[in-house]
Design a protein around this ligand. Structure first.
Ligand SMILES: [Zn+2]
Length: 163
């Protein structure tokens, strides 16, 4: 059923039914999100990008999504995975340097070099950016919802495996 068809891409239009956060003070915080997915097959443009209109069957809302060509989609996904790999390398290098510098006993009155602070910041940034690039690169299908932040709380366009 989810057989890929050349020139098209399958996406799920997700209508968020409810998004509730409970607990937080005494009980641990839990977030419960319920949604309904509707599958759509979108035709990819021959070149450049194209805007397609999708209708949410749950609430009849019309949603605009931007579709990229297969080549551009593959390039973007590869770029994200390369950036994820770069982040991993920088993370290891910065971590190694931070441990090396931080573990030294400094002579009286001498402070750690500026590069030490830079490496600590780099560790944190790469720790967040690396997995993010990886997730985006793995799931990127070239279809992105054109919506404001407010609208995204109600609707999402998700990639479909093998679509
Ligand atoms: Zn809807």
């Amino acid at each position: 059923m989810n057989r890929p068809i050349p020139g098209t891409v399958q996406v799920a239009v997700r209508h968020i039914l409810s998004d509730k956060v409970t607990g937080g003070i005494i009980r641990p915080k839990t977030r419960t999100v319920t949604w309904q997915d509707s599958l759509y097959r979108v035709r990819r443009p021959k070149s450049g990008r194209e805007i397609v209109e999708l209708t949410c069957p749950v609430c009849d809302a019309s949603l605009l999504a931007e579709v990229s060509t297969e080549a551009r989609t593959r390039r973007t996904a590869t770029l994200c995975l390369v950036l994820a790999a770069v982040c991993a390398v920088v993370l290891v290098a910065a971590l190694g340097y931070a441990f090396h510098e931080g573990g030294r006993t400094l002579p009286e009155g001498q402070s750690l070099p500026v590069l030490f602070s830079v490496s600590v910041i780099a560790v944190f940034v790469m720790f967040v950016a690396g997995p993010m690039f990886y997730v985006v690169g793995r799931g990127y299908n070239g279809v992105s919802l054109l919506a404001t932040w407010r609208e995204r709380r109600l609707h999402q366009v998700r990639p479909v495996r093998g679509g």
